[in-house]
Design a protein around this ligand. Structure first.
Ligand code: CP
Length: 313
């Protein structure tokens, strides 16, 4: 099957077959990490631009590394030092970058729908690196890649997403993607942080974390988004930790060999105890290189890169 898209706005719009293709392509990309020279000429001569209107460590740097490993010319616009601060619009900024020859623009923005607006404006490929509380599709894909790598499959696994579902684009992308690949998905958190419409996405809702953990294969613990809590959604962080913080004792309620994930950045000691974050069930460190592999796959598929060379070492 071929991938005929020029944009990745969210996992809602992808089919299960397309998600499988991305994950399989990412597996080939990950093989490159084992080579002596971790670089292939697949995207040589192509220019790719990172346009991040919100802070990022993982997503921005892993897109940067992904492009470099495929030999693309990578450029990151520093928004705070750009003409955006002089009032230049997103559309004019993007058209300027496209006129420089950008083949792909990776965008993170606080307003949902901004990547869609961009995709309707420019011919370059557009990749959503997180738009408000809408979607974070590359995080969803790397989480699915990690589950498949660790557990051998996604279909039939029971995945629990814990925390601030309301503000979480990571949760939305995980739910869309996991459901399409046949996982059972549960969400758990305080009633104020679980939007009522979430049940329409086919998930089971729990307000009691300990009840939610019984029979679970994978726990994905979300960051409490301290920057998005102005509406009084949480009485206090201490209370949140008491009721929803993941600690070793609670984790025992899940199935043996449960897999623990977190998209990062972590508030250690708030939503996740340090011994869980770095415990033997945790694959949080594995999620990082998997993010690079998934983003390599997407840059390759969306910009129509050349065939990947067989290993030479
Ligand atoms: N998980 C994630 O999106 O992390 P960053 O904000 O550091 O990119």
């Amino acid at each position: 099957m071929s991938f005929n898209r020029r944009r990745l706005l969210g996992l809602e719009e992808l089919t299960g077959e397309e998600i499988d293709l991305i994950l399989n392509t990412a597996e080939s990309m990950k093989e490159i990490f084992t080579r002596q020279v971790k670089k292939v000429p697949t995207l040589r001569g192509k220019t790719i631009i990172n346009l991040f209107y919100e802070p990022s460590t993982r997503t921005k740097s892993s897109f940067d590394l992904a492009g470099k490993r495929l030999s693309a010319d990578m450029m990151s616009l520093s928004i705070s030092m750009s003409s955006v601060v002089k009032g230049e619009s997103l559309v004019d900024t993007a058209k300027t970058l496209e006129a420089m020859g950008a083949e792909a623009v990776i965008i993170r923005h606080g307003i949902p729908g901004t990547p869609k607006l961009l995709a309707e404006t420019i011919d370059a490929a557009v990749l959503n690196a997180g738009d408000g509380a809408h979607e974070h599709p590359t995080q969803g894909l790397l989480d699915m890649y990690t589950i498949r790598e660790k557990r051998g499959k996604i279909a039939g696994e029971t995945v629990l997403i814990v925390g601030d579902i309301k503000h979480s684009r990571v949760a939305k992308s995980n739910i869309w993607g996991l459901k399409k690949l046949g996982a059972e998905v549960r969400v758990a958190g305080p009633p104020t942080l679980i939007p009522p419409e979430i049940e329409k996405m086919g998930v089971e809702v729990y307000y009691d974390l300990e009840e939610a953990l019984v029979g679970v294969d994978v726990v994905n613990i979300l960051r409490i988004q301290l920057e998005r809590q102005e509406g009084g959604f949480l009485p206090s962080l201490r209370e949140y930790t008491e009721l929803y913080g993941m600690n070793q004792e609670r984790l025992q309620l899940a199935n043996d060999g449960v897999t623990v994930m977190h998209p990062g950045p972590m508030n250690r000691g708030i939503e996740i105890a340090p011994e869980v974050a770095y415990g033997e069930e945790s694959v949080i460190t594995d999620q990082i290189p998997n993010g690079v592999a998934v983003r390599m796959a997407l840059l390759y598929l969306l910009t129509g890169g050349e065939q990947i060379e067989e290993t030479t070492n």
